[in-house]
Ligand binder design. Structure first.
Ligand code: ATP
Ligand code: MG
Length: 254
């Protein structure tokens, strides 16, 4: 992004969002801004509230307080379909495709292009899927059954599906946890390409080196509280760990 350009409005944002599960305060007054063309990391220890934050953005959880803003306007997502229709795609650690359907059928599940007499236009489904895979720079045959695909390939199918919905925001909750090194490298190449096309990305990983390799900005949560949002440039892994576990650790154990 051009450093000298004025700050654009965030594509998607949380403003003062809180969410409790019974007595557990998973998010307390958390804010976050996602910008087009930027990969944003969400860091925090186990239970810090990362997945809960993502579910608030994805329409899975309705915040108890605060707002979700889309292009600067408050929105209420009543379910995941609302978020998807708003251009927000979530890729989970282990996608759940329909194993008996092909890659292409999974992407166009429930909305296959039809020809006259309501017949599914297989040629269009196949061709569009092939084009999506080319755009992602991935070699994955549209006719392949989902059954037997690696988790990494299943994630690619989910990303292709997101593209077919014209997603502008790509949210990934620990997508690399079950991937090999080369699969992670391919995923990162895909994410960088989407970022270059202007997508806003939110990325969760416990591996700090991945955060530094992929992202430009990081927000840290601790015990459901917002700690910081800042550029990664100039930050060290120790800086990040200190924000995740608490600045006062040295004071507690001198
Ligand atoms: N559906 C739920 N019902 C009850 N408690 C929940 C629910 N979802 C999350 N929590 C609690 O909210 C807190 C935050 O959980 P969350 O899953 O958001 O953390 P996280 O940062 O994603 O952790 P991890 O790194 O382990 O994935 C935890 O204390 C968790 O037990
Ligand atoms: Mg989580």
């Amino acid at each position: 992004m051009n450093q000298s350009a004025p700050d654009p409005a965030p594509v998607l944002a949380l403003k003062g969002v809180s969410k409790s599960f019974g007595a557990v305060r998973a998010l307390r007054d958390v804010s976050l801004q996602l910008f087009a063309g930027e990969a944003h990391a969400l860091a925090g220890e186990n239970g810090a509230g990362k997945s809960t934050l993502i579910k608030a953005l994805a329409g899975v959880h309705r915040p108890d307080g605060g707002e979700v803003l889309l292009d600067g306007e408050p929105v209420v997502f009543h379910g995941p379909a609302d978020a998807r229709d708003a251009g927000i795609a979530v890729i989970y650690q282990e996608p759940t495709l329909f194993p008996d359907l092909s890659v292409a059928e999974n992407i166009f599940m429930g909305r296959q292009p039809r020809r006259s007499l309501g017949r599914i236009d297989r040629g269009a489904v196949h061709g569009t899927t092939a084009a999506l895979m080319r755009r992602l720079g991935v070699d994955l045959a549209p006719d392949r059954p989902a059954r037997g695909l690696s988790i990494a390939d299943q994630q690619i199918v989910e990303i292709a599906k997101a593209l077919s919905f014209d997603a502008r925001v790509l949210i990934m909750d620990e997508p690399t946890a079950a991937l090999t090194g080369s699969e992670t490298a391919r995923l990162f190449a895909v994410v960088r390409a989407l970022r270059a096309e202007g997508a806003a990305v939110l990325f969760i990983s416990h591996r700090l080196e991945e955060i530094f390799a992929l992202c430009q900005r990081v927000t840290t949560l601790r015990d459901g509280r917002w700690i910081s949002s800042e550029p990664l440039e100039g930050l060290t892994e120790e800086d990040l760990v200190r924000r995740m576990v608490g600045r006062d650790l040295d004071d507690l154990y001198p």
